[in-house]
Unconditional design. Structure first.
Ligand SMILES: [Ca+2]
Length: 418
């Protein structure tokens, strides 16, 4: 019982409650659908305020069939959405942005016709869509079915959302942010110097779902002149209960980052490639999960000063190189060092030696490393810090990984590792 995930019961309740509560809310997408069906039932036009705000309406002025700047046209449609919320519809076509699109303090859903069908081309430095709510942790924000392509300039996030710091029980609220069927990249393919600093950034979000995404820069990382904070998806602030699934990030410094106090972040079936870190959690809260993911990066998964993380059934390949790691956990105090589960992962170094499979460093306890496979590493599994205690390390296989060092501190079990 020492190794049971102590919070799993509580989290299941929270997630179940979130699912139940999300159904009637679903912010603006459900609202628009409701309005449309109400319309077809013959209800008076006075009630259609929340029907989609089509950016190509002449009253707004965007045009997806010409090369003129569409920033103001789309912004006009955003501005026309009432404070009660609505859907901004961007039909198939190519739209040019010379500045960011901004939404402040109203629920809004952006809908295109599909990634690579509705294309937003960003010229110049800065963000793409910026949503800010300072009034409610549950104010809805959705983006679906469109591409964000940077044509020149660097920096900025393609999609950015920010909410006030959530209070107690915020996790019982509705699904706040939904982002899916989005493609984030740069054009043209052969040019060095055009990329986003981040694909998607969510700050203080409660209950978000990000899925069916493709974030792929055209120039291989490292990008000249770009800071090492480039991230495909960046979850920060005190975010809670975010599900990131079924997508891929490549040619960024990091694939997915979770930081600050963010907790209960579920990362599933996500592929990362051609960068420095696949998945990086640091100074984050408890209860995050990385499962069924794939990284082909210099480092696979890095966890710093973060507790209660499950890392399971991942495939971590890489040209790891000296001092690189498939999985590394490093904690600077007991406050963050408990209850890791590292199970069923397959790790393989493409350029053998001088690199590591699983490394546990610093203050860390009450954890399980079981049924993992490493190959081609100089060191398969390494627990060396006397402050790493009460680990069970069992049934792991280190193929062509000549060194396995399992010492650790008090209460460490080393059973059937080869
Ligand atoms: Ca245009």
């Amino acid at each position: 019982m020492f190794f049971r995930p102590r919070r799993s019961g509580a989290r299941s309740v929270v997630r179940a409650a979130a699912l139940i509560l999300s159904a009637p809310v679903l912010s603006t997408i459900a609202l628009s659908t409701l309005v449309l069906s109400t319309l077809s039932a013959g209800v008076a036009h006075a009630q259609v305020a929340s029907a989609p705000f089509n950016v190509t309406n002449p009253a707004y002025g965007a045009n997806g069939n010409d090369t003129a700047d569409d920033t103001q046209g789309i912004q006009n449609a955003i501005n026309a959405v009432p404070s009660s919320g609505g859907e901004v519809y961007i039909p198939a076509g190519t739209y040019y942005l010379s500045g960011p699109l901004t939404v402040s303090n109203k629920p809004i859903a952006f809908r295109g016709e599909g990634a690579r069908v509705t294309n937003l081309i960003r010229r110049g430095a800065g963000d793409g869509i910026v949503f800010t709510s300072s009034s409610s942790v549950n104010q809805g924000f959705a983006v679906r079915s469109m591409s964000f392509l940077r044509e020149d300039g660097g920096g900025g996030a393609a999609i950015s959302g920010s909410w006030p710091t959530p209070g107690a029980y915020a996790s019982l609220g509705p699904v706040t942010a939904t982002i899916h069927d989005v493609h984030i990249s740069a054009i043209p393919w052969d040019y060095n110097g055009r990329f986003w600093r981040a694909g998607i950034v969510l700050h203080n979000v409660t209950n978000a779902k990000i899925y069916a995404f493709n974030i792929h820069m055209t120039q291989s990382w490292p990008h000249a002149g770009q800071p090492d904070i480039e991230t495909g998806i960046d979850i920060k602030g005190a975010s809670i209960n975010v599900q990131i699934s079924d997508g891929d990030v490549s040619r960024m410094h990091r694939g997915v980052t979770v930081r600050d106090q963010s907790e209960a972040i579920f990362i599933k079936d996500v592929e990362t490639g051609e960068g420095e870190y696949g998945f990086h959690l640091w100074n984050a809260g408890r209860g995050s999960v990385i499962s069924g993911c794939h990284a082909n990066m210099a480092n696979g998964i890095r966890v710093e000063n973060t507790s209660d993380v499950t890392i399971s059934n991942n495939l971590l390949f890489g040209n790891f190189g000296a001092e690189k790691n498939a999985i590394k956990i490093v904690n600077q105090s007991w406050a963050h060092g408990a209850r890791f589960r590292i199970t069923g992962n397959v790790m393989h170094a493409l350029s053998p030696m001088s690199n590591f499979g699983i490394v546990i460093d610093g203050y860390s306890t009450e954890s399980l490393i079981q049924g993992n496979s490493t190959s081609g590493m100089d060191v398969g599994i390494w627990l060396f810090n006397p402050n790493t205690t009460h680990y069970i390390v069992s049934g792991n296989r280190n193929w062509a990984s000549p060194n396995t060092f399992i010492d650790g501190g008090a209460g460490t079990l080393n059973v059937d590792n080869h």
